[in-house]
Write a new protein. Structure first.
Lengths: 112, 112
DNA sequence: CTTCATGCCTAAGAAAATTATGTATACATT
DNA sequence: AATGTATACATAATTTTCTTAGGCATGAAG
């Protein structure tokens, strides 16, 4: 377990998708959720996550709300409208990629 | 067409898989085959392909045979034994990744 | 004689990870 | 009291792997 490789380019799609379902989440929560949903197959490193969140925010896809909980602060992220649109297009892109890869991996299904 | 994004990390898997089916191929041939199999969805740029081929060769996964055809030379690549093993593990890795992504993208299927 | 297809190549730069830290709180264990 | 683990944020250096943009050469078609 814990060894499914993260293909570069898919992290932002994962973040957006999770936020399209949970309204608002903070970074650490995202890493835990990914572990659970992937049954321990995928670990999001913090060195990848936080820069990705900051970039999505800078692009206007996420907005932040800082909340103090138990004397610790959390930065909750949620989708903007622009971010919701982006999520749709990222998901489509991922599905296209998976279809394309399956076509390449199963060439016998593609003889015309 | 021609806009399916190449997720970083998948190119070597594509090359290995194609070579596991066609015995020997040269670079240009690989770019054309990918276009056909992906129905024009995916274009492998030469700037990505040739360095990737050289790396796979350096790692001992491919071996080269230079052939002169029509006064032009071609570099045919074929899998080594080590390369065949690597292909199997790369394909498994890709399948795991796709399964994991589908789990993340369809969380309703993952409630325990 | 210019363009397109075939066929190889590399260099500069960007994108997006990994790896390795650093900071801080709080709780449990030794 | 000291250490480790979990929570929670962050950045810096490095590596991997692309994209973009070019170069070189042959041969056919226009």
């Amino acid at each position: 377990m814990g060894n499914s490789k993260l293909y570069k380019g898919s992290l932002s799609t994962i973040i957006l998708k999770l936020l399209s379902e949970t309204e608002k989440m903070y970074g650490y929560e995202i890493t835990q959720k990914v572990k659970i949903l992937s049954h321990g197959e995928l670990t999001i490193t913090e060195g990848a996550l936080y820069p990705a969140l900051h970039k999505l925010e800078a692009e206007g896809f996420l907005e932040v709300e800082v909340v103090k909980v138990d004397n610790r602060f959390r930065k909750y992220y949620k989708l903007t409208e622009k971010g919701a649109t982006e999520t749709t297009s990222k998901l489509e892109e991922l599905n296209d990629y998976i279809k394309t890869m399956q076509a390449l991996m199963s060439p016998s299904f593609n003889l015309q």
